[in-house]
Design a protein around this ligand. Sequence first.
Ligand code: ZN
Length: 349
Amino acid sequence: MAKLGYVLDEIFVQHRAPSGHPERPARAEAIRDALVAAGIASRGTQVPPRVATDGELLAVHDAMYLAQLEKVVPGRTGWLDADTYYSPGTWDAARKAAGVACQLAGDVMAGALTEAIAVVRPPGHHATRDTAMGFCLFNNVAAAAAAARAHGAARVAIVDWDVHHGNGTQDIFWDDPDILYTSVHQFPYYPGTGAPSEIGGAAAIGATVNVGLPSGATDADYAAVFDHVFVPKLLAFKPDLVLVSAGFDAFVHDPLAGMRVTTAGFAAMARRLRAVAEQCAGGRIIAVLEGGYDLTGLAGGMTEVLTAFTSPSPPAEPLAPLPTTGGVRAAIDATLAAHAAAGAPIPAP
Ligand code: ZN
């Protein structure tokens, strides 16, 4: 019997943005309103946030970095880089975003939950072990992956469909063969990383998978990436848990990026990952909010994730056709070729 857990909390609205900043409290409010309207309260259990322990943060961040943030951020307003602000509510929100991601990972590994959705701010996937950047302070998904391992997961897969490359997550697990990091993103674009040739460190060749798509990619293009790269890789890797870095800035109307994904496209990705989780991870899957700056895309996209995670059994997806020519086909081919050349070929679907 599947059990959904979810995190919606006022604390994640208290990370207050400077005027005009796209990573703003209304993002969390729009998703909350949509999920409540979709009846999430009757479809799952609300999990209260808690702060991450030092141990949970130190599993993915340097002690010096934590000490530095603790000196600068609590109770204050300012900037950690040109994009990354903090407000008086940020310290508690950031520690609880990472903490509740770890809590969900532990709950899912313990069997108390099967699927989970975390609507948290600030986002996490750009934060490296020792650097805040791209609106991110703590790497929430990375902390969850480490927590899952502490709770018995041998292998964890992270699928990052945010339109930006999750450089921080990739960096943290670069040499770790037991954490698979897969990202599809606009490329080249912020933060500049995520080339197909980035496939993991010497100890973890093939455990990083990057597909960099040209601007303008559609639902069909993303489905092709999932069916011809991510899903075969995930099924071969056999994770005990699937974590989703669920950003919605590949949405067609997103102000920061140039993709053309619709809410139906996010639904198709979520259904595919739920099917993978059911096939090899006992159904264990957690979606953690990353970016996404159009409120309609955020609300609609996460509602589709809820639907995909709570449907009795996801409808079988027909295999998406591989484009025969063009930039998307070239991007997929470049990723497959890089892995094959390194002796870590991704199986055909
Ligand atoms: Zn993003």
